[in-house]
Design a protein around this ligand. Structure first.
Ligand SMILES: Nc1nc2c(c(=O)[nH]1)N[C@H]1C(S)=C(S)[C@@H](COP(=O)(O)OP(=O)(O)OC[C@H]3O[C@@H](n4cnc5c(=O)[nH]c(N)nc54)[C@H](O)[C@@H]3O)O[C@H]1N2
Ligand SMILES: Nc1nc2c(c(=O)[nH]1)N[C@H]1C(S)=C(S)[C@@H](COP(=O)(O)OP(=O)(O)OC[C@H]3O[C@@H](n4cnc5c(=O)[nH]c(N)nc54)[C@H](O)[C@@H]3O)O[C@H]1N2
Ligand SMILES: [Mo]
Length: 769
């Protein structure tokens, strides 16, 4: 399978490569964000939107899920990339019916994701009828009727798939899953399946709760923070301010990454005078430049060192009291890591043993340790075992359920965690499903639904007729682009609830609908008055979000209204769920959330508290572990060492500094020194010498995958080779361009998350000029 670059991407001459930076944020960040804000929004809207960003009673930033520090909000509680996220949504550019009349779908399909996103906000519901060349306007009621007819034509509700991305509010998410389940299916795949599913799986098995156990205060109280497989300078910039503050309180920071990411090395806080002038704060005390997928070996080696130190001086390293009272499986784990093969650790990590020993001593000396991680850990074949090892390390030192210590999976989308809490999951527990039945007097199916990869397989195999996307960009975000495109085209109907134009609108079913929706920055006026919504951040804090801008168009509906009207049309006006009432007044939705979702009792009252409220987390709050045995579990995980045949590289796909997932803000990956284009592959200079490939040459990326007996190759054409200080044998390129290379069947054990951070590839001279 070969993927050619889109037409707009052929200006390879515009691509510029400079030196990577070793510091993040600072004045450039402020200038870039101010310029982007004004360019897209105009000065008045920019001030209006940004004044309330992440403020009490204000707007929750649609960027990342990093929390505000309750009680310590600053006047400027946002970052460069938060401004880009807001500017992208609050832009004055418009994609209206005239735009669609001018541009045939076939032409739009040739454009880059960047070009599509830059055209502006969607203003009107649009339909692409079977065989038509252009989208045309459609009335909302007709659009809902069309969906109802297509759903009605299915032989089973399981032939429909309801995807969700992580920007959807709690209210919309709750209603959306309710609609899917009332219809009769648990097919609720979401972006989380491709994101932190591995974290949720590993944490649920080991500590009984699939969420992080720390708060911002814990990070500030920690004396050791490990930041593993995460690039906070780009993806969670406000986290850098927390890390800087933690350092000032005396914390040491260990960064574990194949790339020397700017934000991990030094930070210039633009909100303090020191950050504006001068060299900024060095962040990482120890930078472990690990090989891709080497983390499990690294953590096992650290476990080995802790166990050895404990055996040499019993009672000095292991927290015996915690282990005896709250855990099980210590002995088996200690024996397993005791028998570690250091040669395997060398091969997997590429780290000097002396450095591993230093980090081991830091762990043994620490009184309060937090481990943070993101996609660098979750998107590997052995992601779940790797995260289990993080838990092992923390358990042996008693680092869960006390101030300044714990697990911190740093979430992606601003409400991805809340969507899960509200029931967006193909396998919600029985307790939730029966609570829905009791509350609404409906029948809810028990058959486990499709996750993202399974949904794709079912679509590919012709088992799905209707695809609905509540936000997101399914066509571009999912693995195996060629397969995905065929899968979407095989549907009889594809429906996208969206704010902006994207690839999923131009790769479509026989009939396609675009349902334009309000963004989070906008006022939401319903029959019952102005509404707000609620969201949950990465640290389980639930709070309100209220937009202030006038909607991008009078024809937009909120996600709640779209879901309620769709449900009423499909399920009938006499359905036991009061959809109309829910649309009118979101308090009525929250009353139901309060009765169905654990921890949300008295929801309407609690979310109206100035900083919202924190959801319960038994391990964090009381060292209670709701696993089957009631204990936290040490686990034994056979070591997985990534092996790469000679002449090949292990390739990761990651985010540039100028994108939000599939939304490309611009072409400047400032910290890595790449600008003007995105088709680059970063390779260690010594690997280039060994492979006989010149820096700056143009190559095709060919991924190799064993499918049954036959190897299958996937080719993405024309990438500029950039010599870059990445770990030996480990290359990097941008997502979503790289998705053409990710085999649908290459997924993590247990979590089924695509292995977007470890693809075996070879670089070949470009085949087409
Ligand atoms: N501005 C902006 N903010 C975002 C996003 C965005 O696209 N733009 N996306 C949001 C979303 S949905 C998410 S999930 C998060 C993503 O946040 P991140 O996880 O920070 O995103 P990635 O760019 O995928 O970066 C992965 C990092 O892990 C490292 N890494 C890769 N493989 C390995 C490995 O095997 N071991 C180790 N130790 N490190 C590894 C990479 O070098 C890179 O630094 O950000 C969220 N915030
Ligand atoms: N190769 C590779 N693939 C990956 C990853 C990777 O690192 N490498 N990362 C994975 C990860 S972590 C994630 S989270 C997924 C992301 O997958 P998705 O969440 O599906 O993708 P996004 O690009 O975030 O979706 C952007 C679109 O959402 C719509 N949108 C924005 N705001 C709103 C809103 O408020 N409401 C509605 N209804 N729509 C809105 C806009 O139309 C926009 O085009 O991708 C995954 N795919
Ligand atoms: Mo994500």
């Amino acid at each position: 399978m070969t993927r050619k670059p889109p037409q707009d991407d052929i200006d390879e001459a515009a691509l510029e490569v400079g030196r990577p930076k070793d510091w993040a944020a600072g004045v450039t960040g402020v200038l870039v964000s101010a310029r982007r804000g004004v360019e897209q929004m105009g000065p008045t809207r920019a001030v209006r939107a940004l004044r309330v960003l992440n403020q009490r009673a204000g707007l929750d930033c649609p960027g990342c899920a990093w929390p505000e520090h309750p009680g310590h909000r600053k006047v400027v509680e946002f970052c460069e990339n938060g401004v880009k996220a807001v500017a992208e949504e609050a832009t004055r550019r418009r994609v209206d019916p005239e735009f669609f009349a001018t541009h045939p779908v076939a032409e739009l399909a040739e454009r880059t994701d960047y070009w599509l996103g830059q055209q502006g906000r969607l203003t009107h519901p649009m339909v692409l009828r079977p065989g038509a060349t252009h989208y045309e306007p459609i009335a909302w009621s007709e659009a809902f009727g069309l969906i109802a007819a297509e759903l009605g034509a299915l032989t089973s509700p399981d032939q429909a798939v309801f995807y969700t991305s992580g920007r959807t509010s709690n209210e919309a998410a709750f209603l959306y899953q309710l609609f899917a389940r009332a219809l009769g299916t648990n097919n609720l795949p979401d972006c989380s399946n491709m994101c932190h599913e591995s974290s949720g799986a590993a944490l649920t098995e080991t500590i009984g709760v699939g969420k992080g156990s720390v708060s911002v205060d814990d990070l500030l109280a920690a004396d050791l923070i490990m930041v593993v497989g995460q690039n906070p300078g780009t993806n969670h910039p406000r986290m850098l301010a927390t890390l800087e503050q933690a350092k000032r309180h005396g914390a040491r920071i260990v960064a574990v990454n194949p790339l020397p990411e700017a934000g991990l090395m030094r930070f210039k806080n633009p909100k303090t005078p020191r950050g504006v002038i001068g060299g900024g704060t060095p962040l990482a005390d120890e930078f472990c430049q690990i090989r891709l997928g080497g983390d499990q070996a690294f953590f096992q080696a650290l476990g080995h060192l802790l166990v050895a130190a404990e055996e040499a001086a019993p009672g000095t390293v292991a927290d015996r009291d915690f282990i005896d009272r709250h855990t099980e499986g210590y002995q088996e784990w200690a024996e397993h890591v005791g028998a570690l093969d250091w040669a395997e650790v060398d091969a997997a990590t590429g780290l000097p043993r002396e450095q591993i020993a230093r980090v081991g001593r830091m762990l043994a000396d620490s009184r309060r340790t937090v481990v943070c991680w993101a996609m660098g850990l979750t998107q590997h074949k052995h992601a779940v075992p790797t995260i289990r090892e993080v838990v092992n390390l923390l358990l042996v030192r008693g680092m869960i359920g006390k101030p300044g210590a714990g697990v911190c999976p740093v979430r992606g989308h601003s409400n991805v965690q809340g969507d899960r809490t509200m029931g967006i999951w193909e396998r919600m527990p029985e307790s939730f499903l029966s609570a829905l039945e009791t509350e609404f007097g409906i029948d809810v199916p028990r058959r486990i639904g499709y996750d993202t990869v399974e949904a794709l397989r079912a679509m590919r195999d012709g088992e799905v007729g209707v695809f609905v996307g509540m936000g997101g960009n399914f066509a571009a975000a999912t693995p195996d682009t060629e397969v995905v495109e065929r899968a979407l085209r095989s549907c009889s109907l594809t429906v996208q609830v969206s704010t902006k134009l994207n690839r999923s609108h131009v790769v479509h079913g026989r009939t396609a609908l675009i349902l334009p929706t309000l963004g989070r920055t906008e006022r939401d006026e319903r029959a019952g008055g102005e509404q707000f919504v609620t969201v949950e951040d990465s640290m389980s804090i639930v709070h309100t979000s209220r937009g202030t801008l006038p909607p991008a168009s009078p024809d937009l509906l909120s996600e709640v209204a779209i879901t309620c009207r769709l449900a009423r049309t499909v399920l009938g006006a006499d359905h036991p769920v009061p959809w109309e009432e829910f649309e009118r007044d979101y308090d009525r939705v929250r009353e139901r959330i309060a009765r169905v979702v654990p921890g949300c009792e008295d929801y309407n009252h609690k979310v109206r508290q100035p900083d919202g409220f924190v959801l319960p987390h038994p391990p964090r709050d009381a060292r209670q572990f709701p696993t089957e045995s009631g204990k936290a579990r040490f686990t034994v995980n056979p070591l997985h060492v990534p092996r790469v045949p000679a002449g090949r590289l292990l390739l990761q796909s990651l985010r540039s500094h100028d994108q939000y997932n599939t939304t490309i803000y611009g072409l400047a990956d400032r910290y890595r020194g790449v600008s003007g284009g995105r088709r680059v592959v970063l390779v260690n200079p010594d690997d280039l010498v060994e492979l006989g490939i010149a820096d700056g040459s143009t190559v095709d990326l060919v991924s190799e995958w064993e499918a049954g007996d036959a190897p299958v190759e996937r080719r993405a054409e024309r990438f500029r080779v950039v010599a870059y200080p990445t770990a030996r044998g480990c290359a990097a390129t941008y997502f979503p361009e790289a998705n053409a290379l990710v085999p649908l069947d290459a997924t993590a054990e247990v979590s089924n998350t695509p292995t977007s951070k470890s693809l075996v590839v070879r670089l070949e001279p470009a085949t087409t000029p």
